[in-house]
Design a protein around this ligand. Sequence first.
Ligand SMILES: Nc1ncnc2c1ncn2[C@@H]1O[C@H](COP(=O)(O)OP(=O)(O)OP(=O)(O)O)[C@@H](O)[C@H]1O
Length: 267
Amino acid sequence: MIRIQGLRKAFEARTGGGLFKRGGKRSVVAVEHLDLDAPDGVITGLLGPNGAGKTTSLRMLAGLFKPDAGDIRVDDIDVLQQPRAALARMGVLGDAHGLYPRLTARENIVYYARLQGMANDQAQARAEALSELLDMRTILERRADGFSQGERMKTALARSLVHDPANIVLDEPTNGLDVVATRALREVLRHLRSPAGGSKCIVFSSHIMQEVEQLCDQVVVMSHGRSVATGSVQELQARTGTDRFEDAFVALAFPEVSAPSAQEITA
Ligand SMILES: Nc1ncnc2c1ncn2[C@@H]1O[C@H](COP(=O)(O)OP(=O)(O)OP(=O)(O)O)[C@@H](O)[C@H]1O
């Protein structure tokens, strides 16, 4: 279970100078206010356009950035107060998959398992089980350099699941994947959400509406650094009076675009 309340983060961004002029600094608010409640056995989608603040939010959840304000709890453990304990309960698949290219897929997984404190036998058994789950038997003994995008994603996902975490956090996991790899990932996430797969709490970010529509039980729509709506696809459609999720998303995330003009209202 993941609970985020009132999350905020601003960065100091450099502004351009010139050949003879020094650049300045400007504060960029990446996340203004995010509330998110992700229960166990549920897939929660964090849906927002480019630059909405999804990656920054998930990085704070993973303990990589310190928020300026807000509260993040993973299974009731405060990420800021007890980052190690919270991280032990999370499997995080970031945007940079960062595998060791000289190690095989198996070695990448086992190495990570050993870092988590698992004995070698246990780590090897876990690598086998995950290679079954993620259908990666043919690449298990291959070195990671030269892996395709989909093969890298599978290996990185296996690595993040090695300690069987109750909470799984994925940042734009289908980026660069073809339709078959995307479908396979969807199936794996559905399995992990089910009681047979451990009723995991799954949070994933995306800017692709169709993906969220097909997979998520609930959606948190993010726009300009804020969570602007939460609900199932059907609830969000009902709330915006639309029967297409794309229209609901545009109405919620870009109210300035979707609001009818004065001409339309009077017409
Ligand atoms: N280190 C940083 N320094 C300055 N600005 C940043 C930094 N990281 C993020 N930002 C800014 O914060 C905003 C939110 O960025 P973020 O990457 O979290 O959005 P996102 O929703 O994940 O976008 P995308 O879908 O394009 O990946 C953007 O305007 C971005 O330029």
